[in-house]
Design a binder for this molecule. Sequence first.
Ligand code: IMP
Length: 428
Amino acid sequence: MACTCVVGLQWGDEAKGKIVDLLTDQHDIVVRFNGGANAGHTVVQGGKTFKFSLLPTGVLKPHLRSVIANGVVVYPPRFLEEVNDLRATGVAVGDNLLLSDHAHVIFPYHLEEERLSEQGSGQAIGTTGRGIGPCYQDKVGRISGVRLGELLHPEHLRTRLRAIVPRKNQLLRALAPDARTFDPDVLCDEYLSHAERMRGHVTDTTRLLLQAHRNNKRILFEAAQGSLLDVDHGTYPYVTSSNSTPAGVWSGSGLPARHINRVVGVIKAYTTRVGRGPFPTELNDGKDGIGERIRQTGREYGTVTGRPRRCGWFDTVAVRYSAAVSGADELAVMLLDVLSVAKEIAICTGYQWRDRRLEAFPSDAFILEECRPVFETVPGWESDLTHCKRLSDLPAAARRYVDRLSQLLELPVSIISVGPDREQTILC
Ligand code: IMP
């Protein structure tokens, strides 16, 4: 049976939510396997705009099962807030939404640790400030990691927090004398009350997914962030703390990767990045420049933090690499309509690094920082694409641009998006 993974091939915010939403009709279960409330998915459905940071996009379809699997890090207040917001708009949320008892829990001391590390280390990553990094650190460090299943055992949780929190307070005070510190019993009571409201959703999702696969259920994996933010394969250290490529599916959900038979690589028709880190094709051409016009037209501001996204031209060197490492079979090209602002469009086809021309992507940030893009330029179309419904509706220059990306990336394009709505989609 078909298992699909939808993955962003740039630095996140490729509009994956729309593709996941389109593909939900062909699947029974939608799974998030990495990250946490650092992701920002925007889905427009029936004229309403839904923004998620932690819940899988599948929750908009109550007939589907939506799973937050073991590889995700969960901040309970955010989970409950998103569930409440959805219910307020009339979307039913019940046992269709499941949380892994093995997912790790984010506590307020994680947020404080991240705030102080970002401010005080002189080596800020430019994170979303959602406690993601410190929580994954505790998971891998084992001594202080807490799984969701532990919240369902009050005495156990109290014992653990009484051991963990004083050490966290020491660490926080060492980072900054005026750091916020925490009382283990107050924290325990607060989290026990969250747990009561989450209890009905918490289960062994690994078992559930393995069983579902045996029963021929179709499973859709929704990667958060983008492949270039993957902790192993991205532009380290300017990455997130999880595997945001399909490499994360196996460890982050328990379903063996060999069951995935379709990987849809989602790309924006240009490039954006939030936070720090190298970005060879970035457009720093001022407030009247094309970079700013792309930002305004594409509403390129972070869903989670509201930060303006850095904008630039499409980078085929970076995406050839990320598509390979993600095992992409096909491409969905998003936000093509935004490039209507450009008279001419540049495509990066290589890098110049010192006196060498590089064909392969150097994912080491310190080398990438020194790479200069080599561009080829193609004509723009300067006309509105938002009403195009078929490939033949696109102006010839827009079709040529998409064909050129496909040719350089050596992958077929299966979907083109020309606006946020479901209808603004061309199936190729
Ligand atoms: P963290 O995931 O909050 O630790 O942030 C690490 C880096 O990943 C920062 O540069 C963030 O801006 C970036 N990041 C995290 N989540 C997303 C996302 O969903 N879209 C785009 N960038 C993200």
